[in-house]
Write a protein that binds this ligand. Sequence first.
Ligand code: FPP
Length: 245
Amino acid sequence: MKEIDPARVPRHIAIIMDGNGRWAKKHAMGRVLGHRKGAESVRVTVRTCRRIGIRYLTLYAFSMENWLRPEAEVRALLQLLQEYLDGEVQEMMDNDIRLVAIGSLDSLGDPILTTIREAMERTAGNQGMVLNLALSYGGRDEIVMAARSMVGDGLAGIIRPEEVTKELFARYLYTTGLPDPDLLIRTGGECRVSNFLLWQLAYTEFYFTDVLWPDFRERHLLEAIVDYQKRERRFGMTSDQLTRT
Ligand code: FPP
């Protein structure tokens, strides 16, 4: 495999971690074991991203739609998240990783909410990489939340309609302060966005792989980055314009 160019790694990678259930079925195991194995891929991916100089990593860990899964599976997913945070915060400290989270976090309830808040506070000063977990997250829900909050500010006289721009709107989103993703990876063979970062993915490069998330390892991540580095990002301009800038 061609090596990645360390000087041109994506600044922000977002990942839709799909295929845990199918992996479990393939190995004649229950779905929860697939998620547990998926948590190992999370550990490997975070470590690799930090090592190769990725500045922001966003993981779609629990979608708004995931609440509709059987209660036992929802409980197991939240439990895995709790175990992950309990076990990894020290490693985040050791590796200068800051934890942030986006989504309707309050709906997660305690004890997980307190664990997330404490982990965010403890890692707040770290500057090597931002690990952003999307939890109880939905892209359309995020846009509606932002619009609601903006209308509130409008009615309170804080902003006027003519002041509303793309930049101002983005400040009302959960992702305020984070750059848009450069590369979106989706594992598990499906080629869709599934209500993930709908606003933020406007100019993102997409990479889809059939590899199921529990099988996703360092070489798969590096393959995605090599593929990304072969592409030319034009942001609506022509190639000639880009070579001139
Ligand atoms: C999709 O697989 C994956 C999820 C719904 C959850 C992702 C969660 C993890 C990887 C584990 C815990 C996370 C952290 C951050 C420790 P699926 O169940 O939809 O798979 P399928 O499409 O094959 O059924």
